[in-house]
Design a protein around this ligand. Sequence first.
Ligand code: SAM
Length: 299
Amino acid sequence: MRDGRSLTSDLVAAVRAYYSACPADLDTVHDPLAAELLPRAMAWPAQLVRRMPPLARAGHLVAGMFSMGLSYLIPLRTRAIDAALAHDVERGTRQLVILGAGLDTRAFRLPLLADCRVFEVDHPNTQDPKRAKVAGHLPACRELRFCAIDFERQGLSQVLEAAGFDRQAPAFWIWEGVTMYLSREALEATANALAELSAPGSAVACTYMPPAVMRRSLTAAGGSLLGVIGEPIIGAIDSAAIADVFAGHGFEPESDRGAEDWAAHYWGPREVPFVRGYERLLVARKTRPGQAGSSSGPG
Ligand SMILES: C[S@@+](CC[C@H](N)C(=O)[O-])C[C@H]1O[C@@H](n2cnc3c(N)ncnc32)[C@H](O)[C@@H]1O
């Protein structure tokens, strides 16, 4: 990751802010705080569409066209992860860990977390300015703890346990829009640590970018831009390989879906032809102990 804070976390929050301001047919995530966390220049599309709702669909189509469908993925993946999280909280999970949290606002916007302890784990370059911005806001969760980490250099276990994570209690892990920015070593080391810390019944919701998509997007404008802003996509992984990473630690896949599936579900068939599957979301649950020796690496 570059030296400054993550610009990709601003970009995805700007998209969530936009869709939160849209009329009902496009209102995919309800994330009004996103606009407040953003630099002013990135919040204006959301502010404009809030004042002039008839522009919402035009903005949706134009942004989708210029980003080659990438802008559609963001609110849809967040909505899909929210649904998976709600399912686990209903079954009794009370710990949520958000890895590479960026400007994620779940700790503030989801009343279902009222009895939960939330750990936001992120690079300090991104986390410090966010902490300053949310300082005046009351979390919706029981407790919110910020944990600073560089996944390329530090182990997750020490960082989380120092913050009070309870490895005897099940946890829900969110790894949204992060793995593609990590080396394979950092991805596997973090997955190892996550698994070691997971009591039976824990679940992970992890988005990943398949290699064919990475090759396509690296030749497209969006991929080059990410390199220029210092957050190149380096960590593609295919569906079987990511399922294997977690299966080695006792996690069984529950679902593996992409943007087309969510668009059909949340937006209806009219939108599906324009949506591109840049990322997929694997949801897997810890059902048995991991294999001995599968937890090498930092963590
Ligand atoms: C695209 S943003 C996603 C943010 C958030 N999950 C979301 O969907 O809104 C990528 C996030 O990964 C974090 N990140 C990237 N490389 C990292 C590293 N080596 N260590 C810690 N965090 C990292 C960035 O700080 C940023 O918050």
